[in-house]
Design a protein around this ligand. Structure first.
Ligand SMILES: *[C@@H]1O[C@H](CO)[C@@H](O)[C@H](O)[C@H]1NC(C)=O
Ligand SMILES: *[C@@H]1O[C@H](CO)[C@@H](O)[C@H](O)[C@H]1NC(C)=O
Ligand SMILES: *[C@@H]1O[C@H](CO)[C@@H](O)[C@H](O)[C@H]1NC(C)=O
Ligand SMILES: *[C@@H]1O[C@H](CO)[C@@H](O)[C@H](O)[C@H]1NC(C)=O
Ligand SMILES: *[C@@H]1O[C@H](CO)[C@@H](O)[C@H](O)[C@H]1NC(C)=O
Ligand SMILES: *[C@@H]1O[C@H](CO)[C@@H](O)[C@H](O)[C@H]1NC(C)=O
Ligand SMILES: *[C@@H]1O[C@H](CO)[C@@H](O)[C@H](O)[C@H]1NC(C)=O
Ligand SMILES: *[C@@H]1O[C@H](CO)[C@@H](O)[C@H](O)[C@H]1NC(C)=O
Ligand SMILES: *[C@@H]1O[C@H](CO)[C@@H](O)[C@H](O)[C@H]1NC(C)=O
Ligand SMILES: *[C@@H]1O[C@H](CO)[C@@H](O)[C@H](O)[C@H]1NC(C)=O
Ligand SMILES: *[C@@H]1O[C@H](CO)[C@@H](O)[C@H](O)[C@H]1NC(C)=O
Ligand SMILES: *[C@@H]1O[C@H](CO)[C@@H](O)[C@H](O)[C@H]1NC(C)=O
Length: 617
């Protein structure tokens, strides 16, 4: 589940007086600005059940991608699968798989695919990246083993917490390859370019040089002060946003990490991803990230029975996409334009609130789990934190909000909406937290929405369910339970009722398929970080608290994640691990299975044995 990152304790080293120095360009760029309101309404009713609808902009993006990009993408993936089969034997793949993926007219259309990648700090970002790399047709090894090309054929890519760092950085950096994303591209060196994750610089205390660290802290606070002084609620999440911005948003290189004159990604908004070249050409899966919410009116009898749970299952789950923020939960079923997030009525609108860094920090805002609200808590003994709280307090004039200084604070765009069912219909400010705090660590919720009509989902689970840091399916158990509250909004395949079953049956140790014989739900392909690849020493179960990674450590993790995604159910032959040579065919069988049943074609050939091997029932 959510695992607490160590607090940015370096904050206590600084002092409030440093606020006057530091940099101003980023502070201005991070502050929202008042603007004229759009001519369209600020709240869109998204409908429920079969009347659920997407935003017009998203519909255009998805249908353009479907008609212009996906036919070629599925075809390229199909050739990779065919070339990878044993003895180059393309005939072992049933005809219907090739027909569907090549768009033959006697099938009922292409599959629609969504990929969701979990939280779990940097560990989740790195392992998720490794699995996306194995699905990326641009990587020659991935193409050669027959899994490459799936990423290019996905309609959606969702991330949460650490997974939101991966998804957001990838989308805003113009969809580079995974090695270029993580380590920076040797080609780009401009000030506004993406410099890589810079994972060898800690998210906590960046150096052991007190003066440098003090100046850095001062910069972070200065950058948030612009938003505060412009009259917006701020919190620790904004400071966290400025930290994450230096790693996961354009505008910072290793050489310029401490350059106070740069904006370090301030001003790059989530909605501005719409202007990135690959997005304009429909070449990216549509990116979505999610967050949970806390509310004084929440139903405390709906907590998931798991570890590190802070949010009841029935609280709204919000999604942030390039065009909108809101929720398909039937209790709210409303969205607001992402570009105007921060606006609460049609007389006074703002832009620039939806900073990409702030949206990622919101998705990964776990400060509420540290009990920071208690003023006597150790960190509150620092004069800096005291001053920060006082500033927020003085600004807000609404004492009730003080206790939420440990959440991400977003002016509520949905005041007065869904009065009977929306718990925050009266709130002036939404208090958002890490998307995994309700137990749903893989952000499947937005991909289950009926309006999106997805056939097949890939869930990447890098959560730590066991004491030694491995996933054991708790997120699927929680998703199943939540979807039982909203069955008509979020149809979800039958999965085990407890992690005990995942552990007993080894369902997280290799890819597992769910919903194989229930075409009323999406087909679910589950990739879990449930243990090391067969015969290897574990590298991918690092703590979610680990906030600095050396390049060789990341290389090892990417390589193991590649094996996790490409080994299928491996066998041990003469003491050596052997990958399932049919796995690429099995993955293709799974990807087309809903399109197959739509066309009323029977499963055949290798797909029959694949389903026997990989389906849970
Ligand atoms: C090709 O596939 C067919 C049918 O599955 C099988 O009989 C044959 O042995 C395969 N040939 C090779 C070289 O793998
Ligand atoms: C679909 O049509 C193709 C020719 O376009 C044919 O080769 C194939 O056998 C047909 N498949 C099915 C399942 O009818
Ligand atoms: C980020 O930088 C990349 C080049 O590294 C560029 O292609 C992309 O458009 C930039 N994104 C934004 C939002 O400025
Ligand atoms: C991080 O890695 C970069 C690129 O390899 C290197 O230039 C820099 O010195 C490293 N920084 C630290 C703190 O290790
Ligand atoms: C700071 O010092 C600690 C303890 O000596 C060491 O483990 C860590 O690697 C150092 N960090 C940097 C960025 O040099
Ligand atoms: C995209 O760029 C255009 C032209 O620079 C600008 O007017 C528009 O506001 C941008 N859109 C977003 C969503 O940032
Ligand atoms: C809270 O949830 C429980 C369990 O689902 C339900 O029985 C109860 O009616 C809910 N209470 C409110 C106020 O919605
Ligand atoms: C937070 O405080 C509450 C009440 O003071 C306590 O029950 C809970 O265990 C604390 N949580 C943590 C993570 O310290
Ligand atoms: C915070 O400071 C007060 C007064 O200086 C002291 O009594 C208290 O023990 C400190 N709290 C912690 C947790 O250190
Ligand atoms: C907080 O602000 C809201 C909206 O202005 C107001 O209705 C509410 O009474 C305030 N709460 C307190 C405790 O002042
Ligand atoms: C919202 O406020 C109205 C009017 O004060 C009240 O009747 C209603 O119960 C409140 N709803 C919630 C969910 O707090
Ligand atoms: C492809 O992925 C493998 C496995 O992670 C990696 O070693 C290799 O560098 C990647 N190649 C490219 C061109 O990205």
């Amino acid at each position: 589940m959510v695992s607490p990152y160590t607090l940015p304790l370096f904050l206590v080293l600084s002092s409030y007086t440093q606020l006057v120095t530091g940099q101003a360009a980023a502070a201005a760029a991070y502050a929202p600005v008042v603007t004229t309101c759009p001519t369209t309404p600020l709240v869109r009713n998204a409908g429920t059940g079969s009347s659920q609808a997407l935003s017009p902009s998203e519909s255009v993006y998805i249908s353009s991608r479907q008609s212009l990009i996906l036919p070629g993408a599925w075809e390229a993936y199909l050739s990779n699968v065919q070339a990878s089969l044993p003895g180059q034997n393309a005939t072992s793949l049933p005809q219907y798989v090739s027909d569907i993926l090549s768009g033959a007219s006697n099938t009922s259309g292409y599959p629609t695919l969504g990929i969701a990648t979990s939280g779990g700090g940097y560990r989740a970002a790195i392992v998720g990246a490794g699995i996306l790399n194995a699905l990326d047709g641009r990587n020659a090894s991935s193409a050669a083993v027959g899994t490459g090309g799936v990423l290019q054929a996905a309609s959606y890519l969702a991330g949460l917490s650490g997974g939101s760092w991966l998804v957001t950085s990838l989308a805003q950096a113009d969809f580079p390859t995974i090695p270029d994303l993580v380590f920076g591209s040797p080609q780009v060196r401009g000030v506004g370019d993406f410099g890589g994750w810079l994972a060898n610089i800690s998210l906590e205390i960046p150096t052991n040089d007190t003066l440098i660290d003090l100046a850095y802290t001062s910069d972070l606070l200065t950058e948030v002060s612009g938003k505060l002084l412009a009259g917006f609620p701020v919190s620790f999440t904004d400071i966290w946003a400025r930290v994450l911005s230096r790693h996961f948003v354009n505008g910072t290189s290793a050489a310029a990490f401490f350059d106070s004159s740069l904006e370090h990604g301030a001003g790059i908004t989530f909605s501005s991803i719409a202007n990135v070249s690959t997005f304009r050409s429909f070449l990216q899966p549509f990116p979505i990230i999610t967050a949970d919410t806390l509310s004084p009116y929440e139903n405390t009898s709906t907590y998931f029975d798991g570890i590190d749970i802070f949010v009841p299952l029935t609280n709204p789950i919000y999604e942030f996409n390039v065009y909108e923020m809101g929720s398909f939960d039937p209790t709210l079923a409303a969205f607001t334009p992402m570009q105007y997030l921060g606006s609460t009525n049609e007389l006074f609108c703002v832009t620039g609130f939806d900073q990409a860094s702030f949206m990622m920090a919101t998705s990964a805002s776990i400060f509420n789990t540290f009990n920071l609200t208690v003023r006597s808590h150790v960190v509150c003994n620092s004069s800096l934190i005291e001053d920060f709280i006082s500033l927020v307090e003085a600004h807000d004039q609404n004492g009730t909000l003080l206790e939420f200084i440990d959440t991400a604070r977003v002016p509520n765009p949905f005041q007065g909406v869904a009065k009977e069912t929306f718990i925050d219909t009266n709130a002036t400010v939404l208090t958002l937290v890490d998307g995994g705090e309700d137990g749903l660590s893989v952000p499947l919720t937005p991909l289950l929405a009926k309006a999106r009509g997805l056939d097949v989902l890939i869930a990447i689970d890098v959560d730590a369910d066991t004491s030694d840091g491995w996933a054991a399916g708790s997120t699927l158990v929680a998703t199943q339970q939540r979807s039982s509250y909203y069955p008509s909004a979020y149809p979800f395949p039958h999965v085990p009722a407890s992690t005990d079953i995942f552990l007993a049956e080894g369902l997280a140790l290799h890819p597992t398929f769910f919903g194989c014989n229930d075409s009323s739900t999406p087909f679910l392909i589950y990739f879990a970080n449930g243990g090391p690849p067969l015969g290897q020493a574990p590298l991918t179960n690092t703590s979610a608290d680990q906030v600095v990674y050396a390049a060789d450590e990341i290389d090892g993790m990417l390589s193991q994640a590649f094996d996790i995604a490409t080994q299928g159910i491996p066998l041990e032959v003469n003491g050596a691990p052997v990958k399932d040579l049919e796995w690429p065919a099995c993955l293709a069988c799974a990807l087309v299975d809903r399109a197959r049943s739509r066309a009323e074609i029977e499963r055949a050939g290798v797909c029959v044995t694949c389903m026997e091997r990989y389906c849970w029932s």
